[in-house]
Design a protein around this ligand. Sequence first.
Ligand code: PTJ
Length: 249
Amino acid sequence: MKIPKSHPRYKSLMTRNRIVYGVKKGITSPHGLIAHGRGEAFDYILKEKTNEFAINSIQAAACLLLSAKHPIISVNGNSAILSPNNSIKLSKILNCPLEINIFHSSNKREKKIKKYLEKKGTSNILLPEKNTTLKYLDSNRKYINKNGIQKADVVFVPLEDGDRAAALIKNNKKVITIDLNPYSRTSQTSTISIVDNLIRALPLLNKTLLDYKNKSKKELNYILKKYNNEKNLDNVIKLISKSPSNHSL
Ligand code: PTJ
């Protein structure tokens, strides 16, 4: 569908088109359309911008990722199609793999995601292994890679809702998530919850990582210590609860 650039919802409609394209290509699950709709609703309420609380989380996330011994980036069908280039850039900055981990079980889709990311310019991709599982989790997301999520101390989990964040924490890992829904189990249980749209947050995270790359351990720790995820989520909910005057986007 051709969308005129003059349309007031141009960016949002183009992003919808990407998700539809992902489903047609067999990269994104059809359930991803519903997940996207939920994200859109929250994004609308959050004024479709990167708010102060998201900037705070992004800065803390950059510090945690730069302090990690074995960071890993988890990729699902929505994140693969929405932000392939920035996910690859993140993997290159951190020198860590992208691990495909999907909820709606499909070997075929895992392979398609891998092929798509390879075409976009990376070979640093791990697939889940049937003989390596994450404790405290029953869904398809329990299948992980021994050189990726299993070994990781910090797991970057963009865009999902479920019980995996809690399971990862129970497995003594730190979890960074990007999720527009501050009420989701993922946002509520993660170490650092970035409440923002993946398509805005990921480029900003990459930029922050490059800016912070030469900071000392002490400086990174200082920023991390000042950050409070619970308080930050309270600020998201305060914004959501405000009267939506002049709020049409
Ligand atoms: O590829 P798969 O099989 O792993 O499936 C991926 C989805 C996303 C379909 C799966 O993880 C799922 O069903 O997720 P949920 O439970 O619908 O949760 C998705 C969360 O992401 C919701 O809290 C949405 O608000 C949020 N969300 C959607 N789009 C975005 C987003 N958050 C940030 N940026 C977005 N663009």
